[in-house]
Design a protein around this ligand. Structure first.
Ligand SMILES: [Zn+2]
Length: 312
């Protein structure tokens, strides 16, 4: 059952959170659908413009369509992550997406409102949810790069005006997370004071956290032991912060880096330990199996395990 993200958030608000998993290849799609079935969890499958450039939008849509056929009866949304107007219009016209993000967060407040409003007007007749972003996240996601020192936290005093003017259905906020593997390298955590103010201004309104991988230090170690050279400063959001954030109305958590680290570790270790191998199918299979285990941990952390039945 493919549903808009707003439908997922209605039941999740304050109680659990929907993991939004970035995918760009069939191993990730199969691992995600298999895990969601096994653990009876609702989920969001999402594609960035960079992923769409990599595999082509229609290939990604058809991966998802095929997975839906292989694993019928799951509850999920298909979301465009970090789109501009063109990406959003294309996703809306495809009839495959149930949710799109318009990311005009780097633009002025007034322009962000205008650009978000235009996408909402396009999406609403098709009952497609629209995520907007206010405040700028630091770090690197695909082709986005924002200098850490220029990171702009979301201003809680602007969120109500923004949501009322645009009619977006969820809002991504900048409250301390960043994209990539070095989220909290200085040791800071989530700004719960800001989340609290945002929730007071927007009670019951679904809030989205980007850059929400936890970055397992054991994975960094193993990658480095297998020939990698990732900084020990690589650090994600803590599990404690994630659990706490759910009560502040965080309904969607974007997870991309953890899946990339898993891929890097498995492929590095595999080809290092098997220097006579050249076939990617074996580590690919291992990736799908270990991805299920990683996603089970996410479903449990977000209290989303066994929640798919709520939507049936
Ligand atoms: Zn993001």
């Amino acid at each position: 059952m493919r549903v808009p993200t707003s439908v997922l958030f209605e039941k999740a608000y304050g109680k659990f959170c929907i993991p939004a998993i970035n995918i760009s290849n069939p191993e990730q799609v199969l691992g995600l659908f298999s895990a969601a079935k096994k653990f009876n969890a609702p989920f969001i499958i999402q594609t960035t413009p960079a992923a769409r450039d990599y595999a082509s939008p229609s290939m990604l849509i058809n991966y998802i369509n095929a997975a839906e056929e292989l694993y019928p009866g799951l509850v999920f949304a298909v979301h465009l992550d970090h789109g501009n107007e063109k990406h959003a219009a294309d996703a809306i016209a495809s009839n495959a997406y149930t949710s799109v993000m318009i990311d005009a967060s780097h633009d002025s407040f007034v322009n962000n409102i205008e650009r978000t409003k235009a996408v909402v007007e396009l999406a609403r007749p098709k009952n497609i949810s629209v995520e907007a972003e206010l405040g700028v996240l630091s770090g690197v996601e695909d082709d986005l790069s924002v200098d850490e020192s220029n990171a702009l936290y979301t201003d809680p005093n602007k969120v109500k005006e923004f949501v009322e003017a645009t009619h977006c259905t969820s809002l991504a906020v900048a409250v301390g997370t960043s994209h990539g593997a070095y989220k909290f390298s200085q040791g800071e955590g989530l700004r719960f004071d800001l989340l609290d103010e945002i929730q007071q201004k927007l009670p019951k309104f679904p809030i989205v956290l980007h850059g929400a991988s936890t970055i397992d230090p054991k994975e960094i170690d193993r990658i480095n032991k297998a020939g990698g050279n990732l900084s020990k400063k690589a650090k994600g959001i803590s599990e404690e912060d994630i659990k706490k954030a759910i009560s502040y109305g965080i309904c969607k958590l974007n997870i991309a880096t953890d899946l990339r680290l898993l891929w890097t570790r498995i492929f590095r270790e595999f080809f290092m330990e098997h220097d006579g191998e050249w076939d990617h199918l074996k580590p690919g299979k291992q990736y799908m199996e270990e991805l299920e285990y990683l996603l089970e941990k996410k479903f449990v952390l977000l209290n989303a395990k066994n929640k798919a039945n709520l939507y049936k």
